[in-house]
Design a protein around this ligand. Structure first.
Ligand code: SF4
Ligand code: SF4
Length: 116
């Protein structure tokens, strides 16, 4: 396709797609092992909220959590490790007692700021 290099528009007036050289780097692991620099919870978009009053300590959530983020203390569920929870919602879906609900991360952060 012929392009007008001054404004990146083809001769037909339709914007040309950019080449890979023109777009910024994104979604690329540039350094091996750079996952050590961030927590999984940093890109979570939904947050599980655990209701200890509904929880019967069956540990179904612990079995299903793919990230080992259900905290167990003295043999009982003690909350959720938000550093490593990715917000997939499996725990909430599998809990037979509706003791975990998912809320948007932005709403959870706003709520936390109000409480400070
Ligand atoms: S699955 Fe639900 S009821 Fe069972 S331990 Fe987890 S939060 Fe509690
Ligand atoms: S939302 Fe997913 S990663 Fe987070 S605690 Fe529940 S099952 Fe584990």
């Amino acid at each position: 396709m012929k392009r007008d290099p001054a404004n990146n528009i083809s001769v037909t007036g339709v914007p040309s797609p950019k080449s890979w050289r023109e777009i910024p780097i994104g979604g690329v692991i540039t350094d091996a092992g750079n996952s050590e620099e961030y927590h999984t919870g940093g890109w979570r978009s939904f947050r599980p909220i655990w209701d200890w009053q509904k929880c019967v300590n069956c540990k179904v959530c612990w079995i299903y959590c793919p990230d080992g983020s259900i905290r167990i203390r003295d043999g009982a569920v003690a909350g959720i490790d938000l550093d490593y929870c990715k917000g997939c919602g499996i725990c909430s879906k599998e809990c037979p007692h509706d003791a975990i609900k998912m809320i948007e991360e932005s709403a959870a952060e706003a709520e936390a700021k109000v409480k400070q």
